[in-house]
Design a protein around this ligand. Structure first.
Ligand SMILES: C[S@@+](CC[C@H](N)C(=O)[O-])C[C@H]1O[C@@H](n2cnc3c(N)ncnc32)[C@H](O)[C@@H]1O
Length: 373
């Protein structure tokens, strides 16, 4: 039975598809750095914590089933999946060192690529690495609901995706509520009511994600995810992500002053992203109780200066991610104007080095094991 939550469309804002100038495929080098930074921790985690024998992979061949939740289009998802497959093969070889007939080629891999229905699955499949050694499937739908049959996955991965909320809570948009987010498009961390509303939504969404995966993963199966988090006591507006998205907000406010956008329209625009603290996330996982936290670590900081951050390239990276939300809220006709404004203001005001100097984001690596309960 498919859970109805998997079919809910609101809150679905996939990244820019295709291979054009603003496409996610061409503008996701930052997220790629995070996948690269996680490679070693994934290998170690699989080597130490994946018990292939108890999952039923003995000396005969078997099919290892893994899914990438929030895959977008390539190339990042292909790199993440390849890193996992290589680590599982290494583990399998180590388990069968004394048996030359059973090399890792005895293992076959089935890979499920998940994202929202509106994701550009055509580009995803058209750009799959020709040399891949796995069987590929697309699984459309929200990862906040059930997407797979019971106990059908051995491994779940998710990179830079679990920060996305399924929706903006009503109070954030209500001028009579202490959670009204007037004058800001993010959870800046400066208004208690706003932070509480965003945090509650993140908690609901993460619980929904864990509950769905708890059904889908076999006992002993692993989840690895990487997400943006904040050090304790640091408001999102002081993180580099927060500063950059807050800068987009300041462009929108400037555009209202110039009469280019209605103020009300800007007040009702909120980016559905939340950066939890590690403690907040830990509490959600522990309360859920279906998974044991095997590892929760800060990733090494990505070498951001390698991004060659011209105003145009920063705009393209931001646009590849947020064009969908911006278009949905402000309409197609304003999209170019908003992002052109962003480029121009960035060129005048923003120094990338300053942005990343005190960069307060933590890219958090989390490894969970499905416990038998
Ligand atoms: C920043 S992209 C990350 C893509 C890729 N994992 C990477 O590391 O480059 C976030 C992706 O998560 C997807 N996403 C967000 N919420 C989702 C949900 N509830 N269900 C499925 N996909 C979701 C978005 O559509 C988007 O493709």
């Amino acid at each position: 039975m498919v859970d109805e939550a998997a079919n809910v469309l609101p809150g679905s804002f996939p990244m820019v598809g295709g291979d054009g100038d603003y496409s996610y495929a061409k503008n996701s080098s930052f997220q790629r750095m995070i996948i690269d930074a996680a490679k070693e921790m994934i290998s170690e985690s699989i080597f130490d914590k994946l018990d292939l024998k108890s999952l039923g992979f003995d000396d005969t061949c078997g099919t290892f089933k893994l899914a990438d939740f929030g895959c977008s289009v390539g190339p990042n998802t292909f790199i993440a999946v390849q890193n996992i497959i290589e680590a599982v093969q290494t583990k399998y070889r180590a388990d069968h060192q004394d048996n030359h007939q059973n090399s890792s080629s005895a293992l076959e891999f089935q890979v499920f690529f998940n994202d929202h229905y509106g994701n550009d699955f055509n580009t995803l499949f058209q750009t799959m690495p020709p040399s891949r050694k796995y069987f590929a499937f697309g699984v459309p739908g929200s990862f906040h609901g059930r997407l797979f049959p019971k106990s059908s996955l051995h491994f779940a991965n998710s990179s830079s995706s679990l920060n996305w909320l399924s929706k903006i809570s009503k109070e954030i948009l209500d001028s009579r509520s202490p959670a009204w987010n007037k004058g800001s498009i993010i959870c800046s961390g400066l208004v208690k009511g706003v932070s509480e509303a965003y945090s509650a939504q993140f908690k609901n969404d993460t619980e929904a994600f864990l509950n769905a995966r708890a059904h889908e993963l076999v006992p002993g199966g692993l989840i690895v995810f990487v997400l943006f988090s904040l050090p304790n006591g640091v408001p999102m507006i002081d993180s580099n992500g927060g500063k950059l998205y807050g800068f987009l907000g300041s462009c929108l406010i400037d555009m209202t002053t110039k009469g280019l956008i209605d103020e009300e329209k800007v007040d009702s625009f909120n980016i559905p992203l939340y950066f939890p603290t590690a403690e907040e996330l830990k509490a959600i996982i522990e309360r859920n109780g279906c998974f044991r936290i095997e590892r929760m670590d800060k990733l090494p900081d990505p070498p951001l200066m390698r991004l060659k951050p011209s105003p145009e390239s920063v705009t393209s990276q931001i646009r590849a991610v947020f064009e969908g939300v911006v278009k949905e809220h402000f309409g197609y006709d304003l999209v170019d104007k908003i992002f052109n404004f962003f480029t121009a203001k960035f060129a005048e005001n923003f120094i990338f080095g300053e942005l990343i100097k005190d960069h307060n984001n933590v890219n958090l690596f989390v490894l969970l094991k499905r416990v038998i309960n």
